[in-house]
Unconditional design. Structure first.
Length: 375
């Protein structure tokens, strides 16, 4: 049989386009969680509770005590490119919030069912329930008691994308694990924020008990939040990492032509690292957390350089490391892919060279920090 004839060519209808592009922003459970947690952090939350049902396949809820959403913003909030964080392209170089594309809520509406409860300081203890259509239109659905903050709920993720839904359900535990890894990364770096993560699965009993997967209390140091995330007993002694890298920037090539002085930028690296001696590292490289200005990222080249460096002192193990690269907002670009997962780092090669130099000095038994602290 011949395939059914189709019209020559036509534009895809808007609903389908929205569904297609939404699937590029929210690519998996981990990105859904990430977007909601970033919104909570951007709203100034000091407490974030994440509740999964059936490992996130039934629902996912993120509750914060942030500033809430003003009534004047309800209508546009889940429409594409509506954001309160960025208004023009030039702002992008200085973006300091985690979100800026105004796409997450709109995309979540496209691939799942989104609802919210929100209250601001002005309305608390009264909040409003907001329901959203798949196109992102908001329907206020009633008043409820709610302290200042926002709860965002995503029901049946990827219901609108059957193939992806099937994959998600099939790999629910693995996908949940990935989401949990990312939540750990946020919990470590956001010391001042209390984070709690629970999951409920229907067992044989009808009233399932939630399992607590992560719980931190607000603290003032990275060291404390790290020990909340991982059982202190399982932690090796960690050194404070505090490096100052002088990184030659690629702009310096241009500047030289103009006769100006070489451009370089200072990059601070703050965090923790295990001692470079046997027994302090790990056999797997799964306790390594890298950030750029507090934004978790996976720097494969940087991580490789650090691991190689560590191996010179401890041949069989990988370091436990938390490293936040603090650099000026124009030294990197987070706007590479819709899911903001890829971060383009200017002068990455030069940064790695400087990092290796500093780490060698840091690890040096004679002069390094490591020598000054008792092992
Ligand atoms: P972006 O974070 O890029 O601005 P989003 O689609 O994630 O885009 O969110 C759209 C807008 O909704 C945000 O700019 C913010 O004003 C508001 N918002 C979303 N989540 C929250 C929250 N938890 N608390 C307060 N405001 C929120
Ligand atoms: Mg956002």
């Amino acid at each position: 049989a011949s395939p059914p004839s189709r019209p020559h060519s036509s534009a895809i209808d808007r609903t389908s386009v929205h569904r297609l592009t939404s699937g590029q922003v929210v690519i998996d459970l981990q990105t859904a969680v990430k977007e909601l947690v970033e919104n909570a952090l951007d709203a100034g939350a000091t407490s974030i509770e994440v509740a999964f049902r059936e490992h996130g396949t039934e629902s996912l809820e993120v509750k914060d005590d942030g500033k809430g959403i003003d009534q004047s913003d309800w209508e546009g909030i889940a429409l594409k490119h509506h954001t309160s964080k960025l208004s023009s392209f030039s702002d992008l170089a200085s973006v300091s919030t985690l979100g800026f594309r105004g796409e997450a809520l709109s995309s979540l509406c496209g691939v799942a069912t989104l609802s919210m409860v929100t209250a601001t300081a002005a309305t608390a203890p009264m909040g409003t329930t907001l329901a959203f259509s798949h196109a992102g239109e908001c329907v206020p659905a009633g008043k409820v008691a709610r302290m200042k903050g926002t709860t965002v709920k995503v029901d049946r993720l990827f219901d609108a994308l059957p193939v992806r839904r099937k994959e998600l359900v099939k790999n629910a535990k693995r996908e949940f694990g990935k989401a949990l890894d990312l939540l750990q990364a946020y919990a470590v770096i956001n010391s001042g924020v209390r984070i709690e993560v629970k999951n409920v699965t229907k067992g044989r009993v009808w009233l399932a008990k939630p399992t607590l997967h992560l719980k931190t209390t607000a603290s003032t140091s990275l060291r404390t939040s790290f020990s909340h995330v991982f059982a202190p007993k399982s932690l090796p002694s960690l050194l404070d990492l505090d490096l100052s890298l002088n990184v030659a920037t690629e702009k310096s090539v241009l500047k030289r032509v103009e006769g100006a002085a070489d451009a370089s930028t200072t990059v601070k690296v703050l965090g923790l690292i295990s001692k470079p001696v046997n027994g302090h590292g790990r056999t797997a490289s799964n306790r390594q957390f890298y950030y750029i200005n507090g934004r978790p990222f996976q720097p494969s080249k940087i991580a490789k350089a650090v691991n190689e460096m560590y191996k010179q002192y401890n041949a069989n193990q990988f370091p436990t490391i938390v490293a936040d690269f603090q650099l000026s907002t124009d030294a990197y670009d987070v706007n590479v892919s819709p899911d903001k997962r890829t971060i383009f780092l200017h002068s990455e090669g030069n940064l790695i060279t400087a990092l290796k130099e500093q780490l060698a000095r840091f690890f040096e038994p004679e002069t390094g920090r490591f020598a000054m602290q008792a092992i």
